[in-house]
Write a protein that binds this ligand. Structure first.
Ligand code: 8X3
Length: 251
């Protein structure tokens, strides 16, 4: 019997790796995409499910195309696509940010997510089955200082998810937008703060953030519900976090 296939991007660490563990546990065979081959190899070695590794930069669309074309037959038709690859870069106010950071976030979080979805979706439509899980963020729903383009890219992901859902209406294809709040034990803040370890650690100081495993459990829930149940949106924060409310600048 052929098992179902899940395709996970940004699979080498954090939410991607935790999701690989959970979906392997659910009996999925996995396609894991990330840049760092050695991390993917290490993950694959500890999973007891067939794994196909794609070690490439998701922003290199020619490399993504080549990898999809040379994929072994049994992995070619993903039943679940977890669009997890994405990043935040910088926390400065909009007038002081690095343009390249903005460009990289838009490229990765919007363009490459849309690109891979456009590549995988036709096989789901053709087989009349599938589930796309897009990793949004609470930053796409609530503004915060320094959230500028990062939050905007995640708002794109959320609306893209809603629109995808509308386009596949009538097909047995589910689309879920998952918007987590602050998550510890990932490289998220280290990347955002350009490698400044003490600043990255300070983000999680004296609060119990979500873990990648918490998010992977949300994905397990959405994926394992009966096929007629589509979870449109999941918004999840740690108990120590809440939306901050409106601000007023006073003289
Ligand atoms: C990351 C969540 O709270 O750092 O997407 O903006 S938060």
């Amino acid at each position: 019997m052929t098992s179902k296939t899940a395709f996970i991007t940004g699979a080498s660490v954090g939410i991607g790796r935790a999701t690989a563990n959970v979906l392997a546990d659910q009996g999925y065979q996995l396609v894991l995409l990330a840049r760092r081959a050695e991390k993917l190899d290490a993950l694959a070695a500890q999973l007891s499910t067939p794994v196909h590794i794609i070690a490439c930069d998701i922003n290199d669309h020619a490399a993504v195309d080549a990898a999809l074309h040379s994929m072994p037959e049994i992995f070619r038709n993903p039943d679940v696509l977890v669009n997890n690859a994405g990043l935040a870069l910088g926390i400065k106010p909009a007038d002081q940010t690095d343009w390249l950071d903005w460009q990289t976030m838009i490229q990765t979080n919007c363009l490459s997510l849309a690109y891979l979805t456009r590549k995988i979706l036709p096989s789901m439509v053709e087989r009349n089955q599938g589930h796309i899980i897009n990793l949004g963020s609470i930053a796409g729903r609530y503004p915060y200082q320094g959230g500028n383009v990062y939050g905007a890219t995640k708002a794109f992901v959320e609306q893209f998810s809603r629109n995808l859902r509308t386009d596949v209406l009538g097909k047995q294809i589910r689309v879920t937008n998952l918007s987590p709040g602050i998550i510890g034990n990932t490289e998220f803040s280290l990347v955002r703060l350009h490698g400044d370890e003490s600043a990255a650690n300070a983000v999680y100081d004296s609060c119990q953030a979500l873990t990648p495993e918490d998010i992977a459990e949300c994905i397990r829930w959405a994926v394992t519900l009966p096929a007629h149940v589509n979870i449109n949106e999941i918004e999840v924060m740690p108990t120590c976090q809440a939306a901050g409310g409106l601000a007023i600048a006073r003289d």
